[in-house]
Ligand binder design. Structure first.
Ligand SMILES: Nc1ncnc2c1ncn2[C@@H]1O[C@H](COP(=O)(O)OP(=O)(O)OP(=O)(O)O)[C@@H](O)[C@H]1O
Ligand SMILES: [Mg+2]
Length: 450
């Protein structure tokens, strides 16, 4: 974290997101500020208010993309939610605190799959031995040591032979009988989502005490048995307590919650009727306040403090403005950045520059078929032109337009690739015209197709 300076963060974001420099700078500062706040003396720390961000801008210009890349970059647990999905406490619907529980869930799952990877090798080794036991059950050795020795030795020899066969894949189709442990108590599934899971206790262990889960005998192929046994052994090697503890800690110390559509819960000044949906939207904002300021939330894994969670909000703010949010909430989102609409030149860059640029994605996809595809510069220009025109004529969906345009452009090629391979194809402005111009020119058609 120490070396993740704002400059470094922006550099990394540049690899994926074109332009939007103000927004990149702002999120970089916000991430750094959180680290700074954690490092000031405790007395002062409580005085420093969290500096969360509102990203303002039209659809498809990189708001979510920036936040998502930021979380990858910082290795932080990340949750994206829509503000408009929540309802005020006391009304039917999801309450705002549930976003914290969801973040913890994400975080614990991340730690678990990381741990699972770590124990995978050991689990596979253990599973191998268990599998050999199934294929070649140990005989009951006589109690007298002297008599048991030759039996034991012969069993060991057979076992080694079996091991060699197994390694060579000779037994893949053979069936074995296996006790499959249940993944989780069915009672947990019944009650999960009912709301009681966040009351601060672990349902799994509660129900396990009421009605212990029992394994079921199943006949499965050797391959399937290996998979099941590896999984069961991995589960056994996992330190649940540590996973929970670490998951909670990561959520608390470095979690990022991306609140999309924040503008949808703002009430435009002068239009508030004082009741109905306006009141409820304001209620959501009020419920959000303590969470953003720092409070303690009970989750089924334990309690978390929300003080250091970074909140990045986003919205188009066409109708309502940030100033239409309740004042206290405005104060907790002091950093405002506007993202600019993308122009033709941005489209050109988005198609070729980012690590995951569309031209690179399709090149990789088609290469698997033995088709080499090249995009000429004039083709990229033409595609940018068409995307911009369609955005203007129908609905402006920003860079998302490039996805539909590309798919249509390459539809024929994606269909025939296996039949024409190996070959190379160069996409030129003419190629683009041929595939797209009659669609792009027809307003009715491009509403449906592009
Ligand atoms: N500036 C950009 N650089 C590179 N790719 C971009 C950029 N803007 C958008 N994209 C591409 O378009 C897609 C949609 O962008 P994104 O999800 O960030 O939109 P958004 O601004 O969050 O819009 P919305 O308000 O609709 O949620 C991204 O997945 C990304 O591939
Ligand atoms: Mg978005």
């Amino acid at each position: 974290m120490n070396d993740l300076t704002p400059r470094k963060i922006v550099e990394e974001l540049d690899k994926y997101v074109v332009g939007q420099n103000d927004a990149k700078r702002a999120v970089a500062i916000a991430v750094r500020n959180r680290w700074r706040r954690r490092n000031v003396e405790p007395d002062m720390r409580d005085e420093v208010a969290p500096k969360n961000i509102i990203l303002i801008g039209p659809t498809g210009v990189g708001k979510t993309e920036i936040a998502r890349r930021l979380s990858n970059l910082t290795g932080a647990p990340f949750l994206k939610i829509e503000a408009s999905k929540y309802t005020e406490v006391g009304y039917v619907g999801r309450d705002v605190e549930s976003m914290i529980r969801d973040l913890v869930e994400v975080s614990v799952n991340r730690v678990r799959s990381r741990e699972r990877k770590r124990v995978q090798k050991n689990a596979a080794k253990k599973a191998q031995e268990l599998l050999l036991d199934l294929l070649l059950p140990r005989p009951d050795f006589p109690p007298d040591e002297g008599e048991a020795v030759p039996l034991r030795e012969s069993h060991e020899r057979s076992r080694e032979k079996m091991r060699a066969k197994l390694a060579a894949g000779g037994l893949a189709g053979r069936e074995v009988e296996l006790t499959v442990e249940r993944q989780s108590n069915p009672m947990v599934q019944i009650f999960s989502g009912s709301g009681i899971e966040h009351m601060g206790f672990d349902m799994q262990s509660l129900f396990d005490r009421i009605a212990p889960t029992r394994g079921a005998e199943r006949k499965v192929t050797v391959e399937e048995a290996r998979r099941i046994l590896t999984q069961q052994e991995a589960d056994r090697l996992l330190d649940r307590e540590k996973i929970t503890r670490q998951g909670l800690e990561e959520a608390q110390e470095s979690g990022i919650i991306f609140i999309d559509e924040l503008d949808k819960v703002a009430v435009k000044a002068g239009t508030g009727s004082g009741h109905g949906p306006d009141v409820s939207r304001e209620g959501v904002q009020r419920d959000m306040l303590p969470i953003v300021e720092g409070t303690t939330v009970a989750t089924r894994h334990g309690t978390v403090e929300t003080d250091h969670i970074l909140f990045i909000a986003a919205g188009a703010f066409h109708m309502a403005k940030p100033s239409d949010l309740i004042p206290e909430l405005q104060g907790r989102f002091p950093i405002r950045v506007e993202l600019s609409a993308l122009d033709k030149q941005d489209f050109v860059r988005i198609m070729v520059e980012p690590k995951n640029a569309l031209t690179k994605q399709y090149r990789a996809l088609l290469a698997t078929e033995g088709v080499k595809i090249k995009f000429r510069k004039d083709a990229i220009e033409a595609l940018a032109d068409i995307s911009e025109t369609v955005n203007q004529k129908t609905q402006n969906i920003g860079a998302r337009r490039l996805y539909t345009v590309f798919e249509k452009l390459l539809e024929d090629l994606l269909f025939e690739a296996p039949d024409i391979a190996p070959t190379s194809v160069t996409v030129t402005a003419n190629y683009v015209k041929e595939k797209l111009s009659n669609i792009a020119a027809d307003e009715d058609l491009n509403k449906y197709i592009l």
